[in-house]
Design a protein around this ligand. Structure first.
Ligand SMILES: Cc1cc2nc3c(=O)[nH]c(=O)nc-3n(C[C@H](O)[C@H](O)[C@H](O)COP(=O)(O)OP(=O)(O)OC[C@H]3O[C@@H](n4cnc5c(N)ncnc54)[C@H](O)[C@@H]3O)c2cc1C
Length: 208
C-alpha cells in the first residue's frame, strides 16, 4: 500500500524541527514494502515494515557531506535528522494511531544517505530535477541512452522518468539501443501472445 500526502507549507528553516513540535512536512510518501512479499505474513505474523519518504532541501544537511566517518557525523547532525524523522512519524501516527505503540525498530536516513550510498550528488531521491526544464522538448531529446562516446550508454530513471517503473523503462530504452531492437514492441507482442494462450487454456476461469 502506498499513500502520497501533500501540503503547501514547506518549513524553510531546519532549526524549527529542533525547536517546535508538530511541524508538518509538505509531502509524505508512505509505503508498506513487506505487503508485497507473499511469504511475509507466514514468516513474520503481525509485523510489517513501513517506509516514509519526504522531500527536503540539500542545504539542510550539506555541511556534513564530507564527514570523515559517514556513520558518525556528530551530535548536531543526529539531532536534526532525528527531529525531522520524528516529525514525519508524528504525522503518520496522527493518521494511523494504532501504529503509535507498534514500533520495534526505527531508522532515519537523510539526503546524505543517498549521497553516500547511491552517489547522488545532492542527495537526490529521484535523480535529475523534476522541473519544467527537465521535461522540455530539448532536454527530453538530449536525455537518451546514446552518448557521443562509443560503447557508453545511459540508462535508468534519468533517461525516462523517476521511480522504479521509470528506471525500468529507462533500462528497456537502453537495451533497445544496444541491441538495435524495439524491445517494447517485442514485449507487447510477447504479452499479447501469452495472454491469448492463457485465455484458451483457462476458458472456465474467464467465463466466471
Ligand atoms: C529511500 C528511497 C525510497 C524509494 N522508494 C521508492 C518507491 O517506493 N517507489 C518508486 O517507484 N521509487 C522509489 N524510490 C526511487 C527509486 O529507488 C529510483 O527511482 C530508482 O532506483 C532509480 O533507478 P536507477 O537505476 O536509475 O538508479 P539507482 O537505483 O540509483 O542505481 C544507480 C546505481 O549506480 C551506482 N553508482 C552511482 N555512481 C556510481 C559510480 N560513479 N560508479 C559506480 N556505480 C555508481 C549507485 O550506487 C546505484 O547502485 C526510492 C528511492 C529512495 C532513495
Amino acid at each position: 500500500m502506498s499513500l502520497l500526502l501533500t501540503r503547501l507549507n514547506t518549513p524553510q528553516d531546519p532549526q524549527s524541527f529542533l525547536e517546535e513540535d508538530g511541524i508538518k512536512l509538505p509531502l509524505l510518501f508512505i509505503s508498506f514494502p513487506s505487503a508485497k512479499d507473499p511469504n511475509w505474513d507466514k514468516e513474520f505474523p503481525e509485523r510489517s515494515t513501513c517506509e516514509i519518504v519526504t522531500v527536503g532541501p540539500w542545504e539542510w544537511f550539506k555541511r556534513w557531506a564530507d564527514a570523515e566517518d559517514p556513520f558518525h557525523r556528530g551530535d548536531e547532525y543526529d539531532r536534526l535528522k532525528t527531529a525531522v524523522g520524528r516529525a514525519m512519524w508524528q504525522q503518520v501516527v496522527e493518521m494511523f494511531p494504532h501504529l503509535r505503540t507498534r514500533v520495534e525498530c526505527f531508522e532515519i536516513g537523510s539526503p546524505l544517505s543517498n549521497y553516500d550510498y547511491l552517489s547522488a550528488p545532492q542527495g537526490e531521491l529521484y535523480g535529475a530535477n523534476h522541473n519544467m526544464a527537465r521535461f522540455s522538448a530539448e532536454n527530453a531529446a538530449l536525455l537518451r541512452p546514446q552518448t557521443p562516446i562509443e560503447g557508453l550508454f545511459l540508462t535508468g530513471q534519468d533517461i525516462f522518468s523517476c521511480g522504479f517503473v521509470g528506471a525500468m523503462y529507462g533500462g528497456l530504452l537502453c537495451a533497445s539501443t544496444v541491441l538495435h531492437r524495439q524491445l517494447l514492441l517485442d514485449l507487447t507482442l510477447a504479452f499479447s501472445k501469452h495472454g491469448r494462450k492463457r485465455s484458451k487454456a483457462e476458458p472456465d476461469k474467464k467465463a466466471k
